[in-house]
Structures are given as structure tokens and as C-alpha cells.
Design a protein around this ligand. Structure first.
Ligand code: SIN
Length: 314
């Protein structure tokens, strides 16, 4: 019988707390994110599955400073490695703060026929309580799964879809949730206990993304609330905004003054997408309303969605 070639997983490093280092192993807050190289992270994680693990440093940043040019580069590297026959899947180590944005972005621009698994950590690599090594081991396990495709997030023993995942806690180890949709699976002792199917996103051509970051459509989020008026919207129109995501109250309702300002923006060619500031759930439409609905996307993901739609329509 012929031996099957050992599968390869490629780990792409972007920085974050998972690559953070502090002066003391007891310091979980005073660390510098994006310090430890991805090769060292891979060496510190044990891998349950028999795999060859390769690594590549794509960036070394605190993810609060993520940029469109880096997104574009990361998408290119993910697509490059997915196309290699010996590669079973790709893992991305990332900061937790904008993980959900990068996951959603990748899910919309990379036609993944294999798993692409993002992971991160809430404690730096130097911490006595470092959670990165187990999260990375879990992500690597998921990346070797045959018959699964798409962008997912492995974190604290749970697998989330790129569509639904959101950071819900600034300090807790189990910092992510999938909201109403619930997680895709639990990762237990190197095995996956599936809870629901991996969703598929429609894919936008990567060549639509401009190389020049300043050429990406400018989209901002505006929130509706007590006493909200139209001044922010007027300032955004004057400054040349291309799109506005409005985080409405409850089922996407808007303060009447803000709604009038947004109607004016729309009449001047600004694209408007209506989302909700509620933490869970989706906007439920009964009758057609003014402004397109973002459905179940959180405002930060609706912003990415609107940017991509504007790029597609160019
Ligand atoms: C970051 O997002 O890069 C820093 C915070 C974290 O990874 O938890």
C-alpha cells in the first residue's frame, strides 16, 4: 500500500497578543503585541494531528492598527498557499481586537476550498497563563480537516464562523461569541464536535482591491441614539464619504432627525446600510423600509460589506 504524503499546514503570522511579550510572566496587560515571531509560536504549540507545519511572517502588528494594504497582502498569501496541493489548510495568527473584521474580509475575498483558520490569544506568549499554544494547536487540527472549506475562527475550544464571530469581552479568556447563530463546533482534545454546517459566503474578485489604500471606498459607522442629530452625517458628506453604516436602535429604527440627514446623504450619492446596535440577532423586515438592511451583520462587519460592495460596483 502506498503511503499518503504527510499533509502540510501553513501558519501565517500577523502579530497580536498571541505574539506578545511582557517583562514578567505574571504581567497579562503590560505587554507589547506582535513581538514573538510566528516560527517561535509554532515551535511552542504541540500538534495533535500528524502534520508538517510551515510558517510565514506576513506582519507583526497590534491588530488595532490593521490596514487595507495588509489585508490585501494577507488575502494574497492565503490564496497562494491554498493553491498548493500538499497544503491541507492555512492558519492565521492574529490579534483579537480586529480578528472578526479580518475573518469576515477573508471570507468574502478568498475562494477557499480548504479550511482557513484564524486564531489568537488573550494572554501574551510570555504569560504563565498563555492561551496561545492551545489555540494554535486547535487551529492546526481544524486546518487538517478534509471535506471542510471556508474561513473560521478557532478560539478557547470553540469554532466560530467568520460571518458570526465577534469579540464580546476585553479580558476574559473565552472572549468571542457567535451571537444568536451559535458556534460551528467545539474542539475537544484534538477532536471536533460539530454543531452546525460551515456557512459559505459569496466571493468578490480579489483583483477589485486597489493596491493604494487611499483608493478604498471610505465608509464610516454612525450610531442612532438619544438626541442624535444630522451634524456628523453633514460633516461626512462634506468630507467626501462614500458610504455610511448606521447602527440603529432595536430593529434598526433611526432617530427621525438622523434618518432625514441620511436620506439627504443618499440623495447625494452616499451608500447607506442599516444595521442594529443590538448585540445579538438580526434586523427583522416586515415591510420594505428606507435604506438597505445589513441583516445579521454587526455594524463593524456591515462596514466591510459596504466597502466591498462599493468596490464591486466600480
Ligand atoms: C491585538 O489585537 O493585536 C492586541 C490584542 C489581542 O490580541 O488580544
Amino acid at each position: 500500500m502506498q503511503n499518503l504524503p504527510e499533509r502540510t499546514v501553513v501558519v501565517l503570522g500577523m502579530g497580536g497578543t498571541i505574539a506578545g511579550r511582557a517583562a514578567s510572566a505574571d504581567d497579562n496587560l503590560g505587554y507589547v503585541a506582535g513581538t514573538v515571531g510566528v516560527g517561535a509560536l509554532v515551535a511552542s504549540a504541540s500538534h495533535d494531528a500528524p502534520v508538517t507545519v510551515e510558517s510565514e511572517q506576513v506582519a507583526q502588528i497590534d491588530s488595532k492598527d490593521m490596514e487595507f494594504a495588509l489585508w490585501r497582502r494577507l488575502a494574497g498569501r492565503v490564496a497562494h498557499h491554498l493553491a498548493r496541493v500538499e497544503v491541507a489548510g492555512v492558519v492565521v495568527t492574529h490579534g483579537t481586537d480586529t480578528l472578526e473584521e479580518t475573518a469576515y474580509f477573508l471570507s468574502r475575498v478568498v475562494a477557499a476550498d480548504k479550511p482557513v483558520v484564524l486564531t489568537a490569544a488573550m494572554r501574551p506568549a510570555s504569560s504563565r497563563q498563555a492561551d496561545g499554544p492551545q489555540n494554535l494547536a486547535d487551529a492546526t487540527t481544524v486546518a487538517t480537516l478534509g471535506g471542510r472549506a471556508g474561513v473560521v475562527v478557532a478560539f478557547a475550544g470553540t469554532l466560530h464562523s467568520a460571518h458570526d464571530v465577534r469579540k464580546v469581552h476585553p479580558y476574559r479568556l473565552d472572549a468571542f461569541s457567535s451571537g444568536d447563530a451559535g458556534p460551528l463546533a467545539r474542539i475537544e482534545d484534538g477532536r471536533l464536535r460539530a454543531l452546525r454546517d460551515w456557512p459559505a459566503e459569496s466571493i468578490m474578485a480579489r483583483d477589485r482591491m486597489p493596491e493604494d489604500a487611499s483608493a478604498w471606498p471610505w465608509v464610516e459607522i454612525v450610531t442612532s441614539g438619544t438626541g442624535t442629530d444630522g451634524r456628523v452625517v453633514a460633516a461626512l458628506i462634506a468630507a467626501g464619504v462614500a458610504g455610511i453604516v448606521v447602527a440603529g436602535t432595536g430593529n434598526g429604527s433611526l432617530h427621525r432627525v438622523l434618518e432625514a440627514a441620511l436620506a439627504d446623504a443618499e440623495a447625494r450619492g452616499v451608500a447607506i446600510l442599516r444595521s442594529t446596535r443590538c448585540l445579538d440577532g438580526t434586523i427583522v423586515e416586515n415591510t420594505p423600509r428606507r435604506f438597505a438592511s445589513a441583516g445579521d451583520l454587526t455594524p463593524v462587519k456591515a462596514r466591510i460589506e459596504l466597502m466591498l460592495r462599493l468596490l464591486e460596483s466600480r
